[in-house]
Design a protein around this ligand. Structure first.
Ligand SMILES: [Zn+2]
Length: 369
């Protein structure tokens, strides 16, 4: 009898636990009959915290909440802490977003068992790799070096973000599919130098893997349907990100299975005016992209990997230039960042969420477990 009572008590306890866990298990999963995204576009404002979003609106439009990302229908607030620190760097921040796992600062898409520069953690599968595995087209587009932490976390795995040669070479040895189809960014010199130090001449290797080297976004229009795998690396920051986004949408949209595209723009530039103008530029790109992709089953996400100490502390008045009033301490910080979304699956963006949920939100939007 005592045994039976004990058994019943244990059953009740476990049932309660299962009931408590249920909402956690069901939240990111796709309810039956819900529209799925064919394409996902992830816009990443590097260092673009809410104070920067707010000030960009005041600077660009002379009024609050005038940015497109401030008018998107679904918003949430994402925690950005890493496994090793309340304040993340871009490596751990982007790893969380594209793999759903928090890791240590400095680590590129490996688990928190990694010790920077000394020991590998488990390799974490990224949303780009899931897309490649399923035959979608993929692209990585940045105004930072292509081997830098944010873009690297999409296509590479390394215990140290500074190993930029090793990181870039992983484009040539993809774990799934044929690797990113569109690779556009800065850092040509760094990439050439660091890969040469590893005994590799990247340009013939890239050509052998079917990449066409291009220098102008015009060339996207001429690229052959489905065969188009493009690489464009630059030295100067003068290239126009908006034109390359147009190019990417043209090329990637040719795949009937859909695509994944990550677009990064650096919005923590050590100078208030430059940072705000970068945010305004990225916002314009998000608006144009949303207009162009309307009706094309595309989940559009805007977020930041972390915030940055750029604030408007003093009382500006309407009509006044806010740039001289901005206070710039120039550090990453631990505060939550905006997530804004529209398109199929966007309704999952709400409330306070961990940055790792962005991965779940993208996977669920595609209808993948
Ligand atoms: Zn960053």
């Amino acid at each position: 009898m005592a045994e039976l009572i004990l058994f019943c008590l244990r059953l009740m306890r476990n049932t309660r636990r299962i009931i408590l866990l249920l909402p956690l298990l069901t939240l990111p999963v796709l309810p039956a009959g819900e529209a799925r995204a064919k394409n996902v576009i992830l816009f990443l404002a590097d260092g673009g915290g809410i104070p920067t979003v707010n000030a960009a609106s005041l600077h660009g439009y002379g009024k609050p909440q005038a940015l497109y990302v401030q008018q998107m229908p679904y918003i949430g607030l994402s925690d950005t802490s890493s496994a090793s620190n309340w304040v993340t760097d871009s490596a751990a921040g982007m790893t969380a977003i594209v793999t759903g796992q928090k890791t240590n600062n400095g680590v590129i898409s490996q688990s928190a068992a990694a010790v920077r520069g000394r020991r590998d953690g488990e390799t974490l599968k990224t949303i780009l790799e899931y897309a490649e595995e399923r035959g979608l087209s993929t692209g990585v587009l940045t105004d930072r070096p292509i081997s830098d932490a944010t873009p690297a976390a999409c296509y590479a795995h390394n215990n140290d973000r500074s190993k930029q040669g090793e990181i870039f070479l992983q484009i040539l040895k993809p774990r799934f599919g044929d690797g990113p189809d569109l690779v556009v960014g800065l850092g040509r010199g760094v990439v050439e130098k660091q890969t040469a130090a590893l005994g590799m001449d990247i340009w013939p290797e890239l050509a052998a893997k079917g990449y066409q080297r291009v220098t102008s976004p015009e060339s996207c229009r001429g690229a052959q349907p489905r065969a188009a795998r493009l690489v464009a690396l630059f030295e100067s920051e003068e290239f126009k990100l908006a034109e390359w986004v147009d190019c990417a949408l043209t090329v990637l949209s040719r795949n009937p299975k859909g695509f994944f595209l990550m677009v990064e723009l650096d919005t923590h530039l050590g100078e208030a005016r430059k940072s705000l103008e970068a945010m305004i530029e990225l916002d314009r790109i998000v608006r144009r992209t949303a207009e162009r992709m309307k009706g094309a089953d595309t989940l559009i996400l805007f977020t930041a990997d972390h915030s940055y100490d750029l604030h408007l502390p003093r009382s500006g008045v309407p009509g006044e230039d806010i740039v001289p009033l901005m206070k710039l301490a120039g550090h990453h910080n631990a505060e939550e960042v905006l997530v804004a979304a529209e398109g199929p699956g966007a309704e999952r963006v709400r409330g306070f969420i961990p940055n790792t949920w962005l991965f779940q939100i993208m996977m669920s939007a595609y209808g993948w477990k």
